[in-house]
Design a protein. Sequence first.
Lengths: 374, 362, 152
Amino acid sequence: MEDLFIISDAIQEEEYIINMGPQHPSTHGVLRFKVSLKGETVLGVEPHCGYIHRGIEKMCERLTYQQVIHLTDRLDYLSAHINNEAVCLLVENALQIEVPERVKYIRTILSELSRLASHQLWWCAFGMDLGALTTYFYGLRDREPILDIFEETTGARLLQSFNCPGGLMNDIHPNFIKRVKDYIVYFRKKLPEYDELLTGNVILQERTNDIGFLTLEDAISYGVTGPSGRASGFACDVRKHHPYSAYDKVEFKEILFDKGDTFHRYKARVEEMWESLKIIEQLIDNIPEGDFVVKMKPIIRLPEGEYYQRVEACRGEFGVYVLSTGDKYPYRVKFRSPNFSNLSAINLLSAGHKIADLVAISGSLDLVIPDIDR
Amino acid sequence: MTFNIYDLTSFNQWVDKTLYDSLPAFWAMIIEMTLIGVAFLLFYALIGLFLVYAERKVCAFIQNRVGPNRVGPYGIFQTIADFIKLLMKELIPINKADKFLFNLAPFIVIIASFMAIAAIPFGLGLHAIDFNIGVFYVMAVSSLGVIGVLLAGWSSNNKYSLIGAMRSGAQIVSYELSVGLSMVTIVILAGSMQLSTIVEAQRDGWFIFTGHVPALIAFLIFIIASTAETNRGPFDLAEAESELTAGYHTEYSGIKFAFFFLAEYMNMFIVASIAATLFWGGWMPLHIGGWAGFNTVMDYIPPFFWYMGKTMVVIFIMMWFKWTFPRLRIDQLLKLEWKYLLPINLFNIILMALIVLLGWHF
Amino acid sequence: MNNEQLKEKIRSIDSNIEITDGPQYVTLSVSPADLHKTALMLKTQADLSFDYLFCLTGNDLTDACSVVYHLESFKHRHCIVLTVKTANRENAVLDSVCDIWITADFHEREVYDLVGITFTNHPDMRRIFLNEEDWVGYPLRKDYTDNNIVLR
């Protein structure tokens, strides 16, 4: 990394350093990129995190497992449901509780709905990063019904906290199945619009193709997961390789590309929306009858030991590590956040490109800052 | 030349004559200049307010929204409310800015856009100065604005502003060529640089129809290049808000920001009106050869409305661009100009010259 | 490879590594001196090729500090856990593995920042979340106190 900062010209020019962030429209939150430039060309990017570090891991050491769930919402707020699920699965696996099939199905459907909502929001924000402001409204238009479905069933639009160890907080709303089905029909019609508006656009193609290459080796070594990693050919979909909930019962394709540039990271996410629709379609008609929760003791104590649970969040692999001493509080909780690893590749991806490309690349990595800082 | 009921030339001459007869020449001139100045200021403010409102509505229409609809019927007073807000806002002084240049920059930008209006023919006889080098004057004056932009970027003492200003400089220097050359194409066809003559030459058919393919190409190039010259999307690199927060006017607030804001819309209006004048016949009504009845009906629509209508159509096209396309990158922007538009343009001029020489145009 | 085969394989390579069965993964415990060597072996050994470090956790165990490496192989799809305990809690020092898995770069900085384990041979050993200049202490240590902690 150091040698990127050395300018080899005969005249040692002074680096032009700009701080992108912590208040900057392209970082979508309080992240700071210290960018050294030569003209418009980026020589190196040094991310500075911590502006929204809330010490969630420390807080978790003083909370019961039920309470920990509510803090995981605040990590990657766009995949709140999936983060909840990770903790619940960890507790259930540690106590060897088998949750009813109904719970697994509902969890999976809600996870995929939040993945859809998250990718839609990413799509709008990515368009906006590139200067196509209209995408924002098209994306939000389609995201709104999903949030309405969430609101009806879980009572919250964004931070649902609908999971609890042993199942769900409540049963699904009677309208849930019909609304989800309607939504699938609706969104299958709307998704091609995304391609018409943005994917096929010649300026987008020019802006993203052959920009920010991430090779397979680098993707693995940097731990770049999720659609960003899969665009480089890194088959890292936890849903596929370490199935949890109802993912082993559904057919879906793991979207893999081997080029690994910004455009393919874009493409991977758009394609994933189709796959999410497929998964929901397969499950929504077959939700089995049964309880929505397994009765559990009010105070959960995990047996002594180390536990780890991986789930596929919207931006990559989300992991929860718990070190338990048998107390009602976890001794140590660590969240493996996908964005933290994805962020580490930003210097590799953007060095040598223009400032505008840095914005496109960080947009294509889909960084959610609270998830990085925890 | 047939008699035109909307001809204001005689009225203007009468005003001119009365003033010079009753007052000393100096005072008559002062009064005339003041009258025109006041008229333009008023026009300028009205057009600015209207365009901001129009942009919001067009953008809302494209983006599936309603747009402003709270202040007044259909939100038509929204821009006035915004204008009052901008007037009352605090002018934040920048400690390490170059004070003089920092304050000067918005004025240069706005004066440059103001000057160009003078040469534009709004209607028959509705013309502040009818230069015999009108096209040349408009070209020269409209590119003065970049000095203001560069000054703003430099004097703000902000790195984003500086990058934005430098981008803007590179952009305008490049695209000025295309704008100029596409205008030259029409000058060849019209055989004059005087805007009134150019309009008059389109009496029997607008140049976009009579000029064959070269006029069409020139029009497309003009629209692209002039969008770039006014720093509007997809060429709004100078103020690319996702990269440079707000580019060269990051540090400006209140009325100084309003000046930049207004100047952007006025520049858009000016390039649109030049496009309308050069390619779509300015204030000339739509005439179709041989259809005498149709032509007469068209003549009854006042020239000013023809002119504004055409300008608004061009402006709508430019807004459509902005709200649909992603932004280009700086190197792509320059590549587009130097590798594509400029050679096409040069070839186009030769083509046009040949057509005019051989008398193939209508 | 399943867990049994993994254990078998690792035993055949290096019999000094302590192998235990965790609830999910095979857990290897090594001494700080062997850390880098073992890590490199896990990455480069063709049958193992643990090339994906998906989690790196630093723990304060009150008598020592430990670091837990969760590894997966892209090729073989097996997972393993590598743990290492520092000899000393107050002055916890370990070898960096960020030359083996680049993602360890950020994760080790995080561990340094919050748990206070220093990694040698790390190119950029600075705090990542907290302020480098004025932050005192390591928040994830059990004896860390701060007036602003709400939950006690």
